[in-house]
Design a binder for this molecule. Sequence first.
Ligand SMILES: [Zn+2]
Length: 200
Amino acid sequence: MLKIQAESNVPTEYGEFRMIAFAEDQDDWMPHMAIVAKNTNFSQPVNVRFHSECITGEVFHSKKCECGQQLDRAMKFIQENGGIIVYLRQEGRNIGIINKLKAYALQEQGFDTVEANLKLGLPADDRNFDVAIEILNILNVKSVNLLTNNPEKLKFVKESNILLNKRIPLQMDSTKESESYLKVKKDYFGHLLDDQNEIL
Ligand SMILES: [Zn+2]
């Protein structure tokens, strides 16, 4: 069972957040994280972003995906409006960094992001957001406004004990390098790449 292993306030470029590490035991070197803005009002629907780790995009500013940009926008939004980012250790839609780089190598040969995963014998998306729901329950969140374009994340919340109040879209600018990736997200995964707030 997940537990809060440690927490502390951390100042960032976007302001201060409460950073909370969740793991089954304290020796886990890759705990899931929640970062909580100080002005979060838990008696109202809480703005929440489920964000899966992407070392290439977030740390090294890869242009192949928009994860870094999404994380930055979510941090800024949540700092201004209150809320929580649940940061999940699900690198490469949970195939890990080694497989992700193997998939990128296949993409250099012309396969798209889904085809490359399937060629490696891996699922197109191996993520499960139950752990994010578990974290929200530990934090005592009852109702959320989910910052996402991903219908799969909406589905996990709808099927949980947490109320989905509305979706807040995260619109990203595509680059020459990320265009085909965003197209697959839209066509294959059904991502909602518009900029309208959807009341659910
Ligand atoms: Zn990424």
